[in-house]
Design a protein around this ligand. Structure first.
Ligand SMILES: [Zn+2]
Length: 474
């Protein structure tokens, strides 16, 4: 009996030791935030606009913290602890390390457009760092990159890139946008930037965020503070102390995960992409280190407004939403002098804490769908920037001939203007060149049964034709 009791206690202990809890603290003013931060709490999410910060505390400090902040709310246990894993099911509805390996290998085996996972380096503990490429484009087509699980306790980021790969490969050939993207771009995915930390969290669902390099005396290095651009600019959101959750390491790119990744990214030269994280429902863009706008501010802001139109994510620079951070992946992607500016964003998927979708497939599906929408728009925008579209005007016999679109992408009505000295006709073509509509009068109500996707509006008169690409998205 006693023996059984001891065995039972041992089984229970690891879960108890992992029992960190998330607490949501109301934040009315900036000084409220400063007070919470200066208490030394680990802040996991938050928004000045939405008036809250979440902190992660050990179970034994829960009561004290709840007392300290009137109105504080204890968030569900499932948000901060993996409780539904079994031997057959690594991380509930999330994909664990072995489930990832199987998923990507199977996708590559069953689909000619998907390359076998390929190593770009080795992690601190010696695991392969893998990328996957999906494309049906000619060699040299522009690259777009999606990364996930830089922070090992954010499996919702991995779920999004798995959904994206599944959607692209399944819908290629029937969905015009999936077809257009894979015909014109090389889509690269790093499903697990931090495999050591992710393995550590499997299967107990620990809350390891950083990598597993404990050599500085702490519990790992925050990969997303270790990139070289403006590394260690100051101590806002980036710490010199090894015990901190935002410890930036001993030097820029000191970690094998960042060094290998940055060398590899420089070799594929992506136009841009998403470095996916969770949680909070935000879309961040540079500069994070000092909250100043980049020369591409209007592009970042305009695209962010468009991409968040469906999911309502708050967007802006990190310092606008909560606080500055330095040494992160988007600042490096945009600012580092080893390459041209790459237009990267950090989506913070709107998960329930770190593990909140482990037994909630409906929220997981919603998050994946909302991020898929952002992924599509990002690809379409990036590909338009490098000129993958047709001409919009021409000079014919001394008279101008042109076609201009109203807002794009469009949901219900496409508006357009044709400039022509002689009568011109207008048609809508899909990406295969098939005419799907013949609008007139400067606007076209999009039929409800027409698929979302990429289309061309074409205007022609007796002498010439021009066309413009647009995207139907609703
Ligand atoms: Zn993160």
């Amino acid at each position: 009996m006693r023996k059984i009791l001891v065995a039972a206690l041992l089984l229970v202990l690891p879960a108890v030791m992992n029992a960190d809890r998330l607490i949501r603290i109301p934040m009315q003013t900036d000084s409220d935030f400063t007070v919470v931060r200066d208490m030394g709490y680990e802040i996991t999410a938050g928004s000045r606009a939405d008036g809250y910060v979440d902190v992660l505390v050990s179970q034994r400090f829960v009561g004290e913290t709840m007392q300290r902040y009137p109105g504080a709310k204890l968030l569900p246990r499932e948000w901060s602890e993996l409780v539904s894993a079994t031997d057959d099911n690594e991380m509930g509805f999330y994909h664990g390390p072995n489930e990832n390996a199987l998923f990507w290998a199977t996708l590559a085996e069953t689909n000619d457009m998907v390359d076998t996972p390929t190593s770009y380096g080795t992690s601190y503990e010696g695991r392969d760092l893998n990328y996957i490429r999906i494309t049906n484009a000619p060699a040299g087509a522009p690259a777009i990159l999606f990364t996930a699980l830089t922070h090992a306790r954010e499996p919702g980021s991995n779920s999004v890139v798995i959904d994206w790969a599944q959607w692209l490969t399944t819908e290629y050939g029937s969905d015009t946008m999936a077809t257009f993207i894979l015909d014109n771009a090389q889509i690269y995915i790093i499903p697990i930037v931090n495999p050591d930390g992710y393995e550590y969290n499997n299967p107990e669902g620990g809350n390891q965020r950083k990598n597993m390099n404990f050599s500085a005396g702490g519990d790992g290095v925050d990969i997303n503070r270790n990139y070289s651009y403006m590394w260690g600019y100051d101590d806002s959101g980036s710490s010199p102390y090894p015990s901190s959750q935002t410890y930036r390491g001993t030097a820029p790119l000191s970690e094998p995960e960042t060094l290998a990744e940055t060398i590899w990214i420089d070799s594929i030269e992506p136009l841009g992409g998403f470095h996916y994280h969770t949680y909070g429902g935000m879309l961040l863009y540079p500069y994070g280190y000092n909250n100043t706008p980049t020369p591409h501010q209007s592009t970042f802001q305009g695209w962010a407004a468009q991409m968040t139109a469906q999911n309502g994510y708050e967007y802006g620079r990190a310092g606008e939403i909560l606080y500055d951070v330095n040494g992160d992946a988007v600042d490096w992607s945009y600012g580092e002098s080893t390459h041209e500016p790459m237009l990267f964003f950090t989506p913070e998927v709107d998960d329930n804490g770190f593990w909140g979708c482990q037994s909630d497939t409906s929220l997981l599906v919603t998050n994946n769908l909302e991020c898929r929408y952002m992924n599509k728009l990002l690809c379409m925008n990036l590909l338009s920037m490098v000129g993958i579209e047709e001409t919009g005007s021409a000079e014919v016999d001394g008279s101008s001939f042109g076609l201009a679109l109203g807002s794009n992408p469009v949901g219900t009505v496409l508006s357009y203007t044709v400039t022509s000295s002689v009568p011109a006709s207008v048609s809508v073509l899909d990406v295969t060149g098939r005419v799907v509509a013949v609008p007139s009068g400067g606007s076209w109500a999009i039929p409800v049964n027409l698929q979302n996707g990429v289309y061309f509006l074409r205007a022609e008169n007796e002498n010439h034709a021009v066309s413009q690409k647009f995207t139907i998205l609703r």
